[in-house]
Design a protein around this ligand. Structure first.
Ligand code: FE
Length: 257
């Protein structure tokens, strides 16, 4: 079984963006997931660190790189189990971390065993920012209905990496997973089925593309699948995504009649 090491996606001074490694056996029973860590000015930010299924591996990966007490923020793009169900585990390990999640999902968190509202920062529908030490800011960009009702991407203006959550996801056949997109055109086949069924509608895809096109995006980091590296691939992805028929556009395909 394959083991893939964590990979540095960007590094400049005290600012670093890491894609954590993974074990192929994680995929035997569960959907493949990616976790990312931003370290900036001595603060550590976890992006969609996941649930119980990957927790021991993600914890080991993070602890190998950083002191857990330096984790200041945990960003949850949405409420799905593969994204956020490890929240109680993470809040006990990362004692200084604040959780950022859509305001729509905050009242659902007690069902995960979270009652301490002081540690939760609800994200309003229109998005916002996460302020880091040294005046840096991460921008929280709405991605509602792509696929969750309350859902966000996270843009880091230093690395110019857009963490896109389920947008840009790919699902590989067993043993066929790769961490970075080499050839976008042949990568589409791994993205298509997922996006057609999980994403809300083409109107929302277009809306999101319009919004992120205002940003200077060099790479896209999705929560499943492979890192979309370089402006050329980002451009190809955005034009594929804004023309995708999905969700409520294809109700006949989904419902059958
Ligand atoms: Fe999801």
């Amino acid at each position: 079984m394959r083991h893939v090491e964590s990979m540095t996606l960007f590094e400049q001074g005290d600012h670093k963006y890491v894609m954590l490694g993974w074990e192929e056996r994680e995929e035997e029973v569960a959907v493949q997931t990616n976790q990312y860590v931003i370290a900036s000015g001595g603060e550590v930010i976890l992006l969609d660190p996941g649930g119980a299924h990957v927790f021991p591996r993600v914890l080991a990966n993070v602890a190998e790189l950083y002191d857990l007490k330096d984790i200041r923020h945990i960003f949850y793009s949405h409420q799905d189990p593969d994204v956020s169900s490890g929240i109680t585990l993470w809040l006990s390990m990362a004692e200084k971390a604040a959780v950022h999640i859509s305001e729509l999902w905050v009242r659902f968190l007690p069902h995960f065993g979270i009652y301490d509202a002081k540690r939760i920062t609800p994200i309003p529908d229109k998005g916002g920012t996460i302020s880091l030490s040294g005046g840096r800011k991460l921008s929280i960009i709405p991605s509602h209905f792509l696929h969750s009702t309350g859902c966000f991407s996270l843009y880091d203006p230093v690395s110019k990496i857009l963490f896109s959550s389920d947008v840009g996801a790919a699902i590989f056949p067993r043993g066929g997973r790769y961490p970075v997109v080499e050839d976008f055109d042949s990568h589409i086949k791994h993205m298509e089925g997922f996006h057609r069924r999980y994403m809300g509608s083409n109107a929302v895809c277009r809306r999101w593309v319009r919004r992120v096109s205002e940003l200077d995006v060099e790479h896209i980091a999705p929560q499943h699948g492979a890192f979309i590296k370089g402006r050329e691939n980002v451009k190809k992805f955005l034009s594929w995504f804004e023309n995708l028929a999905c969700g409520s556009d294809i109700l006949d395909d989904i419902y059958g009649r």
